[in-house]
Design a protein around this ligand. Structure first.
Ligand code: SF4
Ligand code: SF4
Length: 63
């Protein structure tokens, strides 16, 4: 499955807590070895962006 290119995670901020993984209604986030990764089921709801306690997730505006 390919990654959702509009989502990104700041490697320096993310501490791998996993909170975003459980919060995603689309199951589009999963814990990878070092950070998190996204799949294309992401529907841009932005829940994870607001939920992350350290603000590590950002979403690019739709082009
Ligand atoms: S909620 Fe934030 S800190 Fe926790 S795993 Fe997700 S991106 Fe990383
Ligand atoms: S924006 Fe919404 S659908 Fe996309 S990864 Fe975050 S919580 Fe999941």
């Amino acid at each position: 499955m390919s990654a959702a290119g509009w989502m990104s995670v700041n490697v320096d901020k993310c501490f791998h807590c996993g909170a975003c993984v459980g919060s995603c209604p689309q199951n589009a986030i999963y814990l990878a070895e070092v950070i998190i990764e996204f799949n294309d089921k992401c529907n841009r709801c932005a829940r994870c962006v607001h939920l992350c306690p350290v603000g590590a997730i950002t979403m690019e505006a739709k082009k």
